[in-house]
Design a protein around this ligand. Structure first.
Ligand SMILES: Cc1cc2nc3c(=O)[nH]c(=O)nc-3n(C[C@H](O)[C@H](O)[C@H](O)COP(=O)(O)O)c2cc1C
Length: 185
């Protein structure tokens, strides 16, 4: 049975370079690893404890939780918005952090990577994402780091899949995340 990695992308725009990074990861996943690029984060409403009650959870949030529950590990792709994590990704983390103590991250391995236009490649956002997802119950693999600067120029005409350096870095990220699945906590 394949190891299932759920990819969550913190940008909703159609031409998102973080989405393209995730697409590249899907393509280069080795045999025995299946990466699902989660669709539908835009439809998940802002987290609200008033609706996170039995019978009240929106179907879009239930679907996200089910996809996360079925995953063995998570790969988060985050750009940086105003020096921190985009709201769409933070919202997904918030939904997956509850019910408190039994959220879908459930001690499973999580790696955070991404690209942004700035010279540090969104490192602040990716650090914030690691902090949040760790508090939310994920087992963050702290030494998996990939922050690619200059997104808008570097990927203007080259899809990350066709950028040999990036493809090699992503291959390494996926292999290291995979190696943490089933590892002792
Ligand atoms: C609201 C907003 C805030 C941004 N703030 C930052 C920032 O703090 N640091 C940075 O490097 N880039 C920043 N950018 C530029 C993004 O890094 C760039 O648009 C990036 O390509 C977005 O990722 P995407 O291609 O996946 O959509 C910002 C972009 C937007 C729209």
């Amino acid at each position: 049975m394949s190891v299932r990695i759920l990819a969550l992308v913190g940008s909703l725009r159609a031409g998102s370079h973080n989405r393209q990074l995730a697409e590249a990861a899907v393509k280069l996943a080795p045999a025995g690893v299946e990466i699902e690029l989660y669709e539908g984060l835009a439809e998940v409403p802002f987290y609200n404890e008033d609706i996170d009650v039995e019978g009240g959870v929106p179907a879009t949030a239930v679907k996200l939780r089910e996809a996360a529950a079925a995953a063995d590990a998570f790969l988060l792709f985050s750009p940086e918005y105003n020096g921190t994590i985009p709201a769409v990704l933070k919202n997904a983390i918030d939904w997956l952090s509850r019910p408190y103590g039994s959220g879908a991250f459930g001690g499973k391995p999580v790696a955070v990577v991404g690209t942004a236009f700035g010279q540090y490649g969104g490192v602040w956002a990716q650090d914030e994402a690691r902090k949040a997802v760790g508090i939310a119950g994920g087992k963050v693999i702290e030494d998996i780091k990939l922050s690619i600067p200059g997104s808008l120029t570097r990927f203007a005409e080259t899809h990350p899949s066709d950028d040999a350096e990036v493809a090699a870095q992503l291959t390494d990220v996926v292999a290291r995340l995979h190696s943490n699945v089933g590892a002792a906590v």
